[in-house]
Design a protein around this ligand. Structure first.
Ligand SMILES: C[S@@+](CC[C@H](N)C(=O)[O-])C[C@H]1O[C@@H](n2cnc3c(N)ncnc32)[C@H](O)[C@@H]1O
Length: 224
């Protein structure tokens, strides 16, 4: 029987799924996460969902080659539409742009159900994703992972209805990541400061106001 080895990025996201959870992987594509979690008996059942027929076909082939058809439900759906049918406790949305993740979350009431955990890995717009989450979601864990020289942030959150305020640095880097200051945090921080300095240079060259970006850079430098 075929075995799947997860990339570092997917492995870090999968590590946040609780043992015994009913897990739903939205935008599953190849279904590697559900296959891995079920193969390792970390979850008893998983849902592999995608909006496109191509990925669904690949997911089904992979699941079949691993002999897991009876343990993984494959479904075609836009985002979280109809997900309540499966009562997932842990919902993964990985490898999509942050703005698309926000759109998917915003269209769902199910994610506000008590006991439901979100595991989110945006490819872009992590700040916009945290901006969305600050209105009612408690971020309970954050992971930074380096995979093929790219840094990814993974955010684990649960709804509690409370609104939170974050600084610019916290929105970009994550309050938990800032508190933990693990080795990869410094690299993430360095890359962000470089990005902001590039933006500052662009603004200066164009003769635009720079105060806002200068304040952001100062705030970023102060957290190290
Ligand atoms: C880049 S792949 C990521 C695959 C996998 N989750 C990963 O992280 O490696 C993005 C997947 O999301 C799917 N997708 C895009 N928009 C979606 C939506 N609104 N609802 C469900 N799936 C979606 C695409 O069809 C594609 O298979």
């Amino acid at each position: 029987m075929r075995e799947i080895t997860l990339s570092k990025r997917l492995s870090a996201a999968a590590s946040l799924v609780r043992s015994g959870a009913i897990c739903a992987d939205i935008g599953t594509d190849h279904a590697y996460i559900p296959i891995s979690l079920v193969s390792e008996n970390r979850v008893t059942h998983a849902i592999a969902s995608d909006v496109n027929e191509g990925p669904i076909r690949i997911a089904k082939e992979n699941i079949k080659s691993c002999g897991l058809e009876d343990k993984i439900t494959v479904t075609v759906a836009n985002g979280l539409d109809g997900i309540e049918k499966y009562s997932p406790t842990d919902i993964l949305i990985c490898g999509m742009g942050g703005e698309l993740i926000v759109k998917i979350l915003n269209a769902s009431e199910y994610i506000k159900k008590q006991g439901v955990r979100l595991i989110l890995q945006p490819m872009t717009s992590v700040k916009e994703l945290r901006e969305y989450l600050k209105n009612g979601f408690n971020i309970i864990e954050e992971i930074i992972v380096l995979d093929s020289n790219k840094l990814y942030q993974i955010i684990c959150a649960e709804y509690d209805g409370n609104k939170r305020e974050y600084t610019d640095a916290e929105l970009e880097l994550g309050k938990i990541n800032i508190a933990k200051k693990e080795p990869l945090f410094y690299e993430l921080h360095k890359r962000l400061v470089e990005k902001r300095k590039k933006r500052l240079n662009g603004l200066m060259e164009g003769g635009y106001p720079t105060e806002c970006v200068e304040t952001e850079i100062k705030e970023l430098e102060s957290i190290i």
